[in-house]
Design a protein around this ligand. Structure first.
Ligand code: HEC
Length: 109
């Protein structure tokens, strides 16, 4: 019984830490750094060196039904075709941050 209480407390503390600092909304400035280090190799200036049809520009994101932070998070987490999955390399907060940056940047590239 006592052990269960301890586990429950740890879970609450861990989830608080994970969501502290407005992580759910995604930090665009932090996302910009993550993008430069992990995505720019293929998506320099919002382009796509492997599949030129699927850039990160708003028009293409809309065309392929990717213009939402949730969908970007899913793709970055799981990967797609020749784009690698990033879960393991990036944590969930970092993925939310980079998705917020890509979404915000889509009409600015
Ligand atoms: C090794 C090259 C590579 C890297 C690194 C990479 N991507 Fe991609 N990305 C691709 C390819 C290829 C596609 C097109 C996938 C497909 O066929 O649907 C893509 C597609 C996307 C799309 C959808 C674009 C559209 O118009 O449908 C988003 C959003 C995206 N990538 C974000 C990212 C983010 C954010 C990162 C960094 C965390 C990243 N990518 C890293 C290769 C890459």
């Amino acid at each position: 019984m006592f052990q269960r209480v301890i586990i429950a407390c740890c879970a609450v503390a861990a989830s608080f830490l994970m969501f502290a600092g407005n992580a759910m909304a995604g930090d665009i400035a932090a996302g910009s750094q993550i993008f430069a280090q992990n995505c720019a190799a293929c998506h320099i200036n919002g382009g796509n060196i492997l599949n030129g049809a699927k850039t990160l520009k708003k028009a293409d994101l809309e065309k392929y039904d990717m213009y939402s932070t949730d969908k970007i998070i899913t793709q970055v987490t799981k990967g797609k075709m020749t784009m690698p999955a990033f879960l393991g390399r990036l944590n969930e907060t970092q993925i939310a941050d980079v998705a917020a940056y890509v979404y915000d940047q889509a009409d600015k590239w």
